[in-house]
Design a protein around this ligand. Structure first.
Ligand SMILES: *Cc1c(COP(=O)(O)O)cnc(C)c1O
Length: 404
């Protein structure tokens, strides 16, 4: 008898990946999650749903996105061959549309009228506002005031797309508070609205649904890489905020003898609580936003203040499946500081003509390190998004005359 494939084995029927995951929610919200889960398992697996999603991916999103051999980067680093999965070329400029179109398609099957979500860098908000426009749904996006100031272009894009952007002005005024505010709004009206989470986080079934919708990245990349080289990469590298781009990529290689590296944001590089957002490296098991995972908590057990130069990575938790895979030794942990990411940002821009998102720049920074120490290997990096949203911030805070 052959073992059940990993992706069929996890999560278990209660939404657990080992000790992580689950859905710890008030009864009315738990009932909504059960409804969404049932719908996902039936509708989401139906022929009609699968055909429609495939059609959307091809004709609206522009999939498959290419895998690109970064020759000048490889030569400059002087080690392993570096390949990029170009999720920056996915419509809206990042991997997030992959799960947003899936979630919005499910919402439309369920007869929902409104999509509600939080956003950090604004990428999830833009992707969801895009999906809402496509399906003719209302869209309400909660965003911390700090992020609104930092990610102005994405705020404008959401408004252009017809979404309502709700500023969140309490606490640190970033992603964590935006999640709290969005959840609260959803709890007021779970019948006609659907919460569309931005990563492989939150209560079951979201980590599973988002992983499954993102798996297209890893499945495509595996085929493409094999077609280009005749073998599989030795290493796969992705940045980990909540962990959706990493989980989508890892899903394609989970049964293969390939090293899977998750790169967390080490921020200012001190290792002090508040200076980073590396939940797997520095966190402890705990409960956050209705699920169990590795979390960064303060002395009172509340989600801690976190920092990363990349807004999309500053979350004091991580997807439960990443906590599980890391605890099992299936995935490996790496990190990059703000400064590492900035250097990688300029390096890719100058050497390859590709301006990466600051989030993706964390993966690129680590991939270069790995390449130097493994000269005979090949490395596939998930380039999760493009850097247009970060241009003003990088140009003023880390000007090219000092950093490029
Ligand atoms: C949001 C975002 C991330 C981080 O989210 P994950 O769920 O960890 O993938 C990474 N890269 C880009 C470009 C993003 O927009």
């Amino acid at each position: 008898m052959s073992a059940k494939p990993y992706l069929k084995q996890f999560p278990d029927p209660q939404g657990y990946y080992g000790e992580f995951g689950g859905a710890a929610l008030p009864p009315d919200l738990a009932a909504e999650m059960t409804k969404i889960e049932r719908a996902y398992r039936t509708i989401g697996n139906s022929h009609d749903f699968i055909v429609r999603l495939r059609d959307i991916r091809t004709h609206f999103q522009g999939r498959p996105t290419p895998v690109y051999y970064a020759k000048r980067l490889t030569d400059a680093v002087g080690g392993a061959r570096i390949y990029l999965k170009r999720e920056d070329l996915n419509h809206t400029g990042a991997h997030k549309l992959n799960h947003c179109m899936g979630e919005a398609l499910l919402a439309s099957y369920l007869g929902k009228r409104k999509l509600i979500a939080e956003t950090g860098a604004g990428q999830h908000g833009v992707a969801l506002a895009t999906a809402a426009a496509y399906f003719g749904l209302e869209c309400e996006i909660y965003m911390g005031e700090v992020d609104i100031a930092k990610e102005h272009p994405n705020v404008i894009r959401m408004k252009m797309l017809g979404a309502t952007v709700v500023p969140v002005g309490f606490g640190q005024r970033t992603l964590k508070e935006a999640v709290d505010a969005a959840f609260e709004a959803y709890m007021k009206d779970p019948e006609t609205s659907m919460y569309a989470i931005g990563s492989v986080v939150g209560p079951h079934p979201f980590p599973m649904m988002v992983r499954d919708f993102q798996a297209v990245v890893g499945i495509e990349a595996r085929d493409q890489f094999h077609a280009m080289t005749g073998h599989l990469p030795d290493h796969v590298v992705a940045c980990v905020g909540g962990g959706s781009n990493a989980m989508g990529m890892f899903a394609g290689f989970i049964e293969d003898p390939v090293e899977l590296w998750g790169v967390e944001p080490l921020g200012r590089g001190t290792g002090e609580l508040g200076d980073h957002a590396a939940s797997l490296r520095f966190g402890r098991p705990g409960l956050i936003h209705g699920f169990t995972t590795m979390t960064l908590a303060d002395d009172d057990g509340n989600p801690a203040a976190v920092h990363s130069v990349a807004s999309g990575l500053d979350y004091p938790g991580v997807g439960p499946e990443h906590a599980h895979l890391f605890a099992q030794g299936r995935t490996r942990l790496a990190g990059a500081t703000d400064e590492d990411a900035i250097r990688a940002f300029y390096r890719l821009s100058r050497l390859e003509g590709i301006i990466p998102a600051l989030e993706s720049a964390h993966a690129l920074a680590f991939a270069a390190e790995l390449a130097e120490s493994h000269p005979n290997d090949s490395i596939l990096v998930n380039l999760s998004g493009r850097g247009d949203k970060d241009l003003d911030f990088v140009y003023t805070t880390y000007p090219p005359q000092d950093w490029a």
